[in-house]
Design a protein around this ligand. Structure first.
Ligand code: ATP
Ligand code: LTN
Length: 331
């Protein structure tokens, strides 16, 4: 039996090079070896205010990006979180097994709520990891490829699984493993390389939809330092280290190989090479995206994905309901 891979992206904004290098680019590599469940975390997108039209557009966009990245919907199940109601149903069970203390310690929660008035923080933002754990548990996921920022949520899911299994003396829930790439797990902002490149924080982003001129301009003006050496040193040279990471991830080479390639280069030459690498990767990707975005492939993929996901999720939900003692009405 194949092992199971699952991951999701929330449709909160235009996808960035961080999303691409951290996760998207790698997903196609799993689809032959793993039974793959890849979804759009649209319920999670509601945890912060979002314009309904934009949410709708972003959702379509992510499906198109998934397909443009080489995912084949006949192999990978691509679906909307909201189209499989078992996610919300399991959420309402699992919410009882995670604690206020641990949820309030989540880095993402602390970051997203830090400028908010405490009394106006949505419950959904606070309980975000419960829904995420439910997403993972429903499919018995073995592996969950994510960027570094999401590792903590997967770890919390593991805690939840152990706690639940031990409370009910069962092994009904499977412990998932986060897969975080060594290179590219945390692409930083080009304007502030101490901050994560994030789609809901447009400064310093490269968007997957940016045109060539914009991409080149953003990379050429990326914040670096005044020393002229192209070496990886995250502490003292975060900007150059970030560009080296982007370059080596896109070229599929190690950081050391990239350092060697630019041993005698100046920052201008190096930045031009990084810009070329990004453009060469993104232009063909955008071409595929443009062919898909207005086609019927999006709906086709989502119907197929939903139907397959529903079968798997429903069976798991039933098992869990039974374990906790929810009464099953005999037909
Ligand atoms: P938001 O800004 O709305 O929080 P985001 O850009 O962080 O969104 P997500 O939808 O949360 O994007 O992430 C999708 C996937 O991309 C996740 O697995 C996440 O870890 C990964 N990811 C996001 N940003 C980066 C980054 N800068 N570097 C590497 N991986 C990233
Ligand atoms: N929280 C993730 C999106 C997400 C997810 C998941 C990822 C929701 N549910 C389950 C992996 C597995 C994010 O912000 N990228």
């Amino acid at each position: 039996m194949k092992k199971i891979m699952l991951t999701g992206i929330k449709p909160t904004g235009n996808l960035t090079l961080g999303n691409y290098i951290g996760v998207l680019k790698h997903l196609k590599d799993y689809q032959d070896e793993y039974e793959s469940y890849i979804f759009i975390a649209d319920l999670h997108a509601l945890t912060l205010p979002i314009d309904p039209k934009i949410l709708n557009q972003n959702t379509r966009d992510i499906v198109a990006f998934y397909l443009a990245s080489g995912l084949d919907f006949n192999k990978s199940h691509i679906f909307l979180q909201s189209s499989v109601s078992e996610h919300a149903e399991l959420n309402s069970i699992m919410i009882n097994y995670l604690y206020m203390g641990e949820l309030s310690r989540m880095t993402q929660f602390k970051e997203k709520s830090k400028n908010m008035n405490y009394s106006a923080i949505g419950l959904g933002l606070f309980a975000y990891p419960v829904l995420m754990a439910s997403d993972i548990i429903l499919y018995d996921a073995d592996i969950v490829p994510v960027g570094e920022d999401q590792r903590q949520h997967v770890e919390l899911t593991r805690d939840l699984v152990r706690r639940f299994n031990s409370r009910y003396n069962t092994d009904v829930l499977k412990e998932p493993k986060a897969i975080v790439n060594k290179t590219g797990k945390r692409i930083m902002s080009l304007s502030d390389p101490l901050k994560k490149m994030s789609k809901s924080d447009p400064k310093g982003d490269i968007y997957l939809k940016d045109d060539e001129k914009t991409i080149r301009k953003k990379i050429m003006s990326a914040v670096t330092d005044s020393d002229c050496k192209i070496i990886y040193d995250k502490e003292n040279k975060p900007g150059i280290s970030n560009l080296l990471t982007i370059y080596s991830s896109l070229k599929d080479i190690s950081i050391e190989e990239a350092e060697k390639e630019f041993e005698n280069a100046n920052y201008g030459t190096f930045k031009r090479a990084v810009a070329d690498a990004v453009v060469n990767e993104l232009l063909p990707f955008q071409e595929r995206y443009n062919q898909i975005i207005n086609s019927n492939l999006i709906n086709e993929a989502l119907i197929k994905g939903r139907d397959a996901a529903k079968i798997k999720a429903n069976a798991k939900l039933k098992e869990i309901q039974k374990v906790v003692g929810l009464y099953e009405i005999k037909q």
